[in-house]
Design a protein around this ligand. Structure first.
Ligand SMILES: [Zn+2]
Ligand SMILES: [Zn+2]
Length: 350
């Protein structure tokens, strides 16, 4: 194509990322070229930038939606220019047995989009996605809202791991985007009360954050500024014991959870804490706790289901989005989001 485009380029730990012109990528075998209309700024990208998981020179961004503008060789004729698409954030090999089953995220040769200069991501005017691993966005969902399908699917997958019994109460630890998605699925699947324990992360907890938890479906919102026992509070307010605790914080908190968890409850950890943490397995054993870990989501099922529920107005991407940004302010916002921030999901509109 020979054209150039604006892209937001990661330069390395501690160095400011910058917007530059780079060539528009050319779709290879099985690929679609997407004109990016919206790309969610993901906590994983902020994490990667902080800790150097991304190679310098990478264009991050894996929560993008847009229109198909060119189609590579070998793509199914079902795909047409102009189609509205959500591309999964990775480049699977498409040849191995795992890929053959469609379980692309488990491909051993998967190149995760945005952390490697070989696979530029969605913080750009154009990006490439693998047609076979992409989803068409249903009518009735706008491309901005659809860009929030990824975190919502993370929440759905964790909800499925928990296998929540009707009539129980759940407790969510952490007041970020993923915590909000658990609250939404709790409301969606019904028959449960969902409390949330919002823990401060280097800044004060504002009333707007607590308010947003309510909007996303929390029946009990607990401000964690002063240490309290959220399990007790949820039980008192809902009249039902907490049987499931979702860790969506990403800080060392498992021992605290073990201490507060009722006997026989199920802890689902999905915060992905980076720091090692010491826990007493005896205290967990004595309570017969069950621990599960949840990561990402099932492709394409969880994404497709979430998009469909958005189209039916039963799950909301909008209530996660707190701002939009263009390339001009993207470097500033990206830096701001690396610290404590009032924002939930910020969407780049190239
Ligand atoms: Zn993400
Ligand atoms: Zn593969």
């Amino acid at each position: 194509m020979g054209k150039s485009m604006k892209a937001f380029i990661y330069q390395g730990v501690g160095k400011p990322s910058e917007v530059r012109e780079i060539p528009v990528p050319v779709p290879g075998q099985g690929e679609l070229l997407v004109k990016v209309e919206a790309c969610g700024i993901c906590g994983s990208d902020l994490h990667a930038a902080k800790h150097g998981f991304a190679a310098p020179g990478s264009v991050m961004g894996h929560e993008y939606t847009g229109h198909v503008v060119a189609i590579g060789p070998g793509v199914s004729p079902d795909w047409k220019e102009g189609d509205r698409v959500f591309g999964i954030g990775g480049k699977p090999c498409l040849k191995c047995p795992v890929c053959e089953l469609g379980n692309y995220m488990a491909c051993p040769d998967l190149i995760i989009q945005g952390y490697d200069p070989r696979s530029t991501g969605g913080y750009a005017e154009y990006t490439l996605c693998i047609a076979k691993a992409s989803l068409r966005i249903p009518d009735g969902v706008n491309l901005m809202e659809a860009a929030a399908v990824e975190p919502l699917s993370v929440g759905l997958a964790a909800w499925k791991v928990a296998n929540v019994a009707p009539g129980s109460s759940v407790l969510v630890i952490g007041g970020g985007v993923i915590g909000m998605t658990i609250l939404q699925w709790a409301r969606f699947f019904g028959a449960v009360d969902a409390g949330i324990y919002v823990v401060p992360r280097g800044g004060p907890i504002t009333s707007s954050r607590l308010e947003r938890a309510k909007q996303n479906g929390a029946t009990v919102v607990i401000d964690g500024t002063n240490e309290v026992d959220p399990v007790k509070i949820v039980q008192e307010k809902t009249g039902r014991p907490v049987s499931y605790i979702f860790e969506c914080l990403g800080l060392p908190i498992l021992q605290k959870i073990i201490d507060m968890a009722p006997h026989n409850s199920h802890v689902i950890a999905l915060g992905g804490c980076m720091q090692p943490e010491q826990i007493s397995s005896l205290s967990a054993t004595l309570k017969r706790l069950r621990f599960s870990f949840s990561f990402a989501y099932e492709i394409p099922n969880d994404l497709a289901f979430t998009l469909q529920m958005m189209a039916e107005g039963r799950i909301s991407g909008k209530s996660l989005i707190t701002g939009t940004v263009g390339f001009d302010l993207l470097p500033d916002i990206f830096r701001e989001l690396m610290g404590p921030s009032e924002h939930f999901k910020v969407i780049l509109k190239p």
